[in-house]
Design a protein around this ligand. Structure first.
Ligand SMILES: NC(=O)c1ccc[n+]([C@@H]2O[C@H](COP(=O)([O-])OP(=O)(O)OC[C@H]3O[C@@H](n4cnc5c(N)ncnc54)[C@H](O)[C@@H]3O)[C@@H](O)[C@H]2O)c1
Length: 278
């Protein structure tokens, strides 16, 4: 699918992967429609793109988990600009915890943004794309969407769901000439590293965060990969080699995967739990 001249809607565009993708898309000649809950960050992204000679047709801040807000935004876009060509669902939040430390609200909050937010994007924008018989739908899942990462129960639940929805749409939408991709990033250096809620010992969390940052890649690299996946109509993108290897082991050498996951679980418990008790 060509990016030049395409109408591209990106959620989560105020920061990180969403912002980097918006900037990269604009540089490739896309006409942008941007949204995020963070009004200031969204306006800043829009300014950055305009300063760079790119085109933001419309941007609006709202909570993606609120269906009515997404519907109003999509109605406005369809009325004034027609169907979008490319939908990129990026907005998300993260929460890592042990099951016994999680409240019902923790589950609801992450499901509302990471799962319902993406569903809202799909149900409000994709039917018009089907009628136009062209387009591409991208959803940003995670390593946690293909691997059962320790401490990630709710986050992994939402991200696995995105892989499942994308896999079904990949085949269902083919007859309408629509492509589908799901992105599974490893560690990426974004705002999420600071905003992730970790229910564990604070000092340990800071240490794990700094280790995460050491292996994290810049969001601009993920943005480039997202554009390439759309152009090549590729289904799944796993951004890091280590995760590609782990996913291979899960499918082809399960006993080895099992050992690695038990070690990972032991490591995270050691880092985050032991210190919590001391
Ligand atoms: N950073 C990583 O290491 C990493 C790894 C795997 C997957 N991801 C996924 O990538 C996506 C982008 O995250 P990021 O790393 O760029 O983090 P980020 O925090 O920089 O960006 C996420 C954006 O989503 C927005 N957002 C949060 N709640 C929202 C809501 N209710 N409504 C609308 N917008 C909302 C935030 O304001 C923010 O701008 C997320 O879905 C995340 O789960 C990130």
């Amino acid at each position: 699918m060509e990016i030049q001249g395409s109408k591209v809607l990106i959620t989560g565009a105020a920061s990180g992967i969403g912002r980097a993708t918006a900037i990269a898309m604009a540089r490739s000649g896309a006409r942008l429609f941007l949204t995020d809950i963070n009004h200031k960050g969204l306006a800043e992204t829009s300014r950055m793109i305009a300063g760079d000679g790119g085109e933001v047709c419309k941007y609006k801040a709202f909570d993606i988990s609120m269906y009515e807000d997404v519907k109003v935004f999509s109605d406005e876009i369809h009325r004034d600009f027609g169907p979008v060509d490319i939908l990129v669902n990026v907005a998300g939040i993260a929460l890592f915890a042990q099951l016994e430390d999680m409240s019902h609200d923790h589950w609801k909050k992450v499901l509302a943004v990471n799962l319902w937010g993406v569903i809202h994007g799909i149900e409000c924008f994709v039917p018009e794309m089907i009628r136009a018989r062209r387009g591409h739908v991208v959803s940003v899942s995670s390593t946690a969407g293909i691997i059962g990462l320790p401490w990630h129960a709710v986050y992994a639940g939402t991200k696995h769901a995105l892989v499942g929805i994308s896999e079904v749409l990949r085949y269902d939408l083919k007859k309408h000439n629509l492509g589908v991709s799901v992105i599974c990033p490893g560690a990426v250096r974004t705002g999420l590293v600071k905003t992730v809620e970790v229910i564990g010992n604070k000092d340990a969390v800071a240490k794990v965060r700094s280790k995460f940052l050491k292996i994290a890649i810049p969001p601009e690299k993920v943005a480039k990969q997202i554009i390439s996946v759309i152009k090549k109509k590729k289904f799944m993108l796993i951004t890091s080699l280590d995760i590609r290897i782990l996913f291979f082991l899960k499918r082809h050498i399960p006993p080895l995967y099992h050992v690695i996951m038990r070690l990972l679980c032991w490591y995270m418990d050691k880092e985050l739990l032991r210190k919590k008790e001391s």
